[in-house]
Every structure is written in C-alpha cells, then in structure tokens.
Design a protein around this ligand. Structure first.
Ligand SMILES: Cc1ncc(COP(=O)(O)O)c(C=O)c1O
Length: 392
C-alpha cells in the first residue's frame, strides 16, 4: 500500500483515528464525562475536524498548543460549522507576557502551585468574573501506579507536578472552581480507580456537595481507553459515581488513546552493513530524530511483518543514517532476506512522534501523509532544507 510514497513518511490512518474517536464519544455519551484531546501527543491539525466531530475539546501544554486548538480544532461538517469546543491549558509556570492571550483563548486554566495562581490573579480574575474562564489547581495524589519508568511518573518522590495535600491551604483560594490530576501513563482502568480513591481520601473534603466551590474535576491523561482490553464499563461507572457524589463536571484528557495505532512510519533500507553479529540496516529514518521515545522511554516499536530476534529466518539490527552510534531502533527478524530499497513499516507511530521530532545531524523531517478512508494517500506536509535552517 505504501510502495509509491516518498520516505521517510508518517502516515496517519484516518479510519483508525475515527474508530478511536467513536469509542471515546461512546464513553462521553454513556458516562457524561467530557473527553479532550491532549495535543502534546498528537497535533496533526489537518485531522482536527475529524476529532472535533466526536470530542468536547482539547487540552494544551501552553500558549502555542492553545492557539493551535483555537485556530484549528473546529467541527467543519454539514450545518454545524465551527461548533464551539473547549480549550484547557496547564503549564507548570506560565510566562507573564503570555497570560493575557492564554486567558483570552482558553476556557479552563490550571495552575501548578498557589504561587502561580496568585502571581497571575490580576489577569485571570477579570475573565473569571465575566464567566469566560474557569480556574483550577493541579493536585498530586501522591499515589504512584507505574513501575519502571520514573520519568513518566508525576507522583514519584520529588515530583514538581501538582500540589500535595500538605501544601494545600485549608480554605481554597477565591476563584478556584476545579481540580486536575494527571498521574497515569499507558494504563488500564484499575490504576485510575485506585488513584481516584487516593485522591478522594486526600482531597475529597474540598469536593463535598455542601462545599460547592469545586465544580469540575479533570482526571488527566494516560488512560488507554481505546485499547481492546480496557475496562470501559468500569470507567463509565466511576465517572457516574464522581458526578453523582460530588456534582461536578468530569474531564478526561487522553492523548495516546485518541491516535493509538492510528499511524505508521514508512522507511526505506538505504544500506546493509555486515557486523560481527546481525547485519545492520541503515534506514532513511532515525530513532533519535523521528521517534525519540524509542530511545527516551525506551521501547521497541512494533514493525509490520517482523518477529523477535531469531523468531524468523533472517535477523537484522535496524538503525539509522545519523552519526549517533546508539541511534538503533531494535533487532527484528523477517521471513525473507532484505535488500537495499525494501520498505519497512513501523506501527503505532501517530503519537508522540511528529510532535517530538527534530533535525539533529541535518536529518530531513519525514513527510506527513494521511491515508484517507477511501484508500487515497494525501501528502499533508513536506519539509525541506529551510525547515532545518530556520530553527538555528
Ligand atoms: C497534564 C497531562 N494531560 C494529559 C496527558 C496525555 O497523556 P497520554 O498521552 O498518555 O494520554 C499528559 C501527558 O504527559 C499530561 O502531562
């Protein structure tokens, strides 16, 4: 299917994206939660009109993502052109020069500390009084559910993310109407259930129906809701419980779940180098430049028609044409011997790929293509030398 396209290229699978969004819409409809796209995972905005058809809005990590959502995240079908969608924003510290703009285009702003809340009070308070903005605090339930990768654990000891109960004033500051926590990463329902319990034990006193200052609660991202084995019924029940018990609006802001398995990175074998161990394929893509999570996390990305080392007849080490010795994607085996010019297809490459890539070594950025539902492939973005030069 991808034999004709220029490589390297990310190819977004429109059908899978829609199917993921349908699942998330179903969660919204059955639970009453509002689901937001966390743009940090996926911001290929040419597909925003598809996502906007199903979800309630977006969340941003700062001014630039908020602006992108403001400009691009609109439903554009039939009679509901530009239907209103929410924009939420959280940043550990906001730049004072950007606050006015952040507050004018966002609906919900979440602060990471009481210092930040008070430092920017003058700017946000005006919008709150006009009912154009809702202000929340990120809290840290201090309940880790992840093992192995501490860099993705906002509840790890020493975390700067979220206010711990011991740092929370007894009485909530004026103007605060919501809480936010984000603690999960690629997880099922059980860790969310346990985290909510920990949150409820610590912060529940601020949520009781008689203390009605808190009107909304954002459960962050990291929920792998669109994975086949995710307990969606459990999630629906939990959201209903929260809404009924505390009379709050509930938000979920997954990134991965929206574009999970909804993209490929197509690459071509440029050379094959014999080493003492497995022959090394030099690809026209790079872990360091085009899929940095492979090295950062680290993980071994799924590759179409391949097996584990020695599972199939021919094993190769897949690497890149950068100068970084460690720019290795992983070891894979194949049924047939590979040759220069062959194409390989990495899977699940829509998330945390395009948003994190770079031009280290002067490597060209991959094209961004969309595989439409009718089978047509459209080139959405092509990058060149200027994209490298203008950043330096
Ligand atoms: C505050 C916040 N919300 C949402 C997300 C999205 O998480 P995921 O893409 O794992 O669902 C993240 C990811 O780091 C985050 O930091």
């Amino acid at each position: 299917m991808f034999n004709e396209i220029k490589t390297p290229a990310y190819v977004i699978d429109e059908k899978k994206l829609r199917e993921n969004c349908e699942i998330l819409k179903d969660i919204q409809d059955k639970s009453g939660a509002r689901v937001l796209l966390a743009q940090k995972a996926f911001s290929a905005y040419s597909t925003y009109p598809i996502i906007a058809k199903y979800l309630s809005g977006t969340t941003a990590s700062g001014l630039f993502e908020a602006k992108l959502a403001y400009e691009e995240f609109h439903e554009k079908s039939g009679d509901c052109d530009n239907k209103y969608k929410e924009i939420h924003v959280f940043e550990p510290a906001f730049n004072p020069e950007e606050m006015e703009e952040v507050c004018s285009i966002s609906d919900h702003i979440v602060f990471n500390s009481i210092n930040q809340l008070e430092a920017h009070r003058k700017v946000w308070e005006e919008k709150v009084s006009e009912k154009k903005l809702y202000v929340g605090l990120r809290v840290n339930p201090e309940f880790s559910t992840q093992e192995g990768h501490e860099i993705y654990d906002p509840c790890a000891p020493g975390s700067r993310l979220g206010i711990r109960l011991c740092d929370m004033p007894d009485i909530l500051p004026k103007g605060v109407s919501g809480f936010h926590f984000h603690t999960l990463c690629e997880q099922g329902f059980e860790p969310l259930k346990d985290t909510f319990k920990a949150f409820e034990e610590k912060f529940g006193k601020f949520l009781s129906k008689d203390n009605s200052q808190i009107k909304w609660l954002n459960l962050g991202g990291g929920h792998h809701i669109t994975r086949d084995d995710y307990d969606r019924e459990g999630l629906i029940e939990l959201v209903k419980y929260i809404k009924n018990t505390y009379d709050v609006e509930v938000y979920l802001e997954p990134g991965e779940a929206i574009a999970l398995d909804a993209g490929f990175l197509v690459t071509t074998v440029m050379d094959i180098v014999n080493t003492g161990k497995y022959p090394v394929l030099i690809l026209d893509t790079s872990a360091a430049c085009h899929m940095p999570d492979v090295l950062e996390m680290p993980y071994r990305p799924p590759l179409k028609d391949s097996g584990e080392v020695c599972e199939k007849k021919f094993t190769y080490r897949l690497s890149s044409r950068t100068c970084l010795a460690g720019d290795v994607i992983g070891d894979y085996s194949f049924d047939k011997e590979l040759k220069i010019g062959d194409r390989l297809i990495f899977e699940d490459m829509a998330i945390y790929s395009m948003v994190k890539n770079n031009t280290f070594n002067g490597m060209p950025l991959p094209d961004i293509d969309v595989l439409h539902e009718d089978g047509n492939i459209e080139v959405i973005k092509r990058f060149g030398y200027e994209d490298f030069k203008m950043r330096i």
